[in-house]
Write a protein that binds this ligand. Structure first.
Ligand code: ARG
Length: 472
């Protein structure tokens, strides 16, 4: 956006506070001071908040109804100009607030100067930024819901698709692919609830705190809060203009979300790799190599994995900037916007890319099934059989099973390929229905406990998750 800026030179003294300023800023000051290059992104929120403020001022008789109307019409005209790309942003005017006000003066003249009665850029920027973050949360909420819907559709299709479940990235016990996807449905559900929670706390209106101490004008803060969709006005003026918790919370919740997305992305990369070959992504989410014709690289997944670094970096930037700031507004806080905007953009993109990949991926069921055959994945089922059938204490069953695994390793075969007589040499009470327990299908089907991987449970969980996360 910066490159679109038409940087005009500052007037000798700033029009907004020129009263006590004789000279203009140094060129370096002009470079470091403005935020218009990025805060123009909340022009719509700035205009909405100014209209709410002007209408309140008129309703309270602080300005005339005619001035209130002129201000509102002028602001709507400015909204149109910005949306059409007809607005010339000025770095000399520092930020979106002063850009809008200066343009308003050019359009409606003297009444424009009355808009800033009973407010300050400090409560203005806090209000605009909160409104922007609130909208970003709502956008992410939609994106996450769509991602969960995509995961649930795949989980339903793949409710009985056998694959190894891992611990330490070592094959551990058989699970189904649908079950694995449902784990992410839960993670993204918690992300949604973290954002919803942050939104609730955020939704108090700072407008009317003015610079820091409130105002001597008889403003109606309930009215502006309501007009802007806030639940109530903030309670303390100093807090209102120095609080950026909402931005930190957004980035904290966003960082956790980014971590979840990166973990899923990493699994996609692993599943696509030739050593696994569990899934295929189409041309839509992969790229080729400029030199190796055989390659199909999961770039979207790798980028989602990598972009977590940016989001976490944004959290660190903001939270470090806020650390140790005295109350109330400090110009440091102008540094709150770029990291948050970048993180919000990144998260939206990553959520959409992940939903796209989930819808795009196709499972390679034979490869997944083959992977369940190596690594003695049903050893726990064998131990459970010993506990259930022979009433063996689990520790002893674990020991006996270990001996059988060692035997299979020596023979270079799977557990279910051991001869019953060889197994009975280890534990004479074993009978041939042990082979049933050793099959991965029956292992998975037997895991009927609540939250377990049995395909019937997975299908129930899909239905329950649709109700919990997608309805209402
Ligand atoms: N441009 C400022 C920001 O981004 C707006 C608030 C400025 N307030 C002030 N007193 N300088 O935070």
């Amino acid at each position: 956006m910066n490159d679109e800026l038409k940087a005009d030179r500052a007037p000798a003294a700033n029009a907004m506070w020129g009263g006590r300023f004789a000279g203009g800023p140094d060129a370096v000051m002009e470079a470091i001071n403005p935020s218009i290059g990025f805060d123009r992104r909340f022009y719509a929120q700035d205009i909405d908040a100014s209209i709410a403020h002007a209408e309140m001022l008129a309703a309270q008789g602080i300005i005339t109804a005619e001035d209130g109307d002129a201000i509102r019409q002028g602001l709507e005209q400015i909204r149109g100009e910005i949306e059409r790309g007809d607005f010339t942003f000025s770095t000399a005017l520092e930020d979106i607030h002063m850009n809008v006000e200066a343009r308003l003066k050019a359009i409606i003249g003297e009444p424009a100067g009355r808009l800033h009665t009973g407010r300050s850029r400090n409560d203005q920027v806090a209000t605009d930024f909160k409104l922007w973050v609130r909208q970003a949360i709502d956008g992410l909420e939609d994106g996450l819901r769509d991602l969960q819907a995509a995961l649930l559709d795949q989980a339903e299709n793949e409710a009985a698709t056998l694959m190894p479940g891992y611990t330490h990235l070592q094959a551990a016990q058989p699970v189904t692919f649908g079950y694995h996807l449902l784990a992410y449905v839960e993670m993204f559900g918690r992300d949604r609830s973290r954002f919803a929670d942050a939104r609730k706390r955020l939704n108090e209106c700072p407008l009317g705190a003015a610079a820091l101490a409130g105002t001597s004008f008889p403003i109606d803060r309930q009215r502006t809060a309501k007009a802007l969709g806030f639940d109530r006005p903030t309670a303390n003026g100093l807090d209102s203009v120095s609080d950026r918790d909402f931005a930190m919370e957004f980035l904290a919740a966003g960082s956790i979300l980014a971590v979840h997305l990166s973990r899923f992305a990493e699994e996609v990369v692993i599943w696509c790799s030739p050593g696994f070959g569990f899934i295929q992504l189409s041309d839509a989410f992969t790229t080729g190599s400029s030199i190796m014709p055989q390659k199909r690289n999961p770039d979207a997944a790798e980028l989602v994995r990598g972009k977590a670094g940016r989001v976490i970096g944004s959290l660190i930037a903001l939270i470090t900037m806020m650390k140790g700031l005295p109350l109330a507004f400090n110009k440091d806080m102008q540094e709150d916007k770029e990291p948050l905007f970048d993180a919000a953009d990144t998260l939206r993109l990553c959520v959409a890319a992940t939903a796209g990949m989930v819808r795009d991926l196709r499972t390679e069921r034979p490869a997944m099934l083959a992977a369940t055959q190596a690594g003695f994945l049903t050893a726990t089922d064998l131990a459970d059989w010993l506990v259930r059938r022979l009433e063996m204490p689990f520790r002893e069953a674990h020991h006996v099973t270990g001996a059988l695994v060692a035997l299979a390793e020596r023979q270079g075969c799977r557990l279910d390929e051991l001869a019953l007589s060889d197994m009975q040499a280890v534990e004479p009470r074993l009978t041939d229905d042990i082979y049933q327990a050793l099959a991965v299908e029956s292992s998975v089907a037997s895991r009927q406990s609540q939250g377990g991987t049995a395909p019937a449970r997975v299908l129930e969980a899909v239905t329950a998750a649709r109700r919990r996360f997608l309805e209402g």
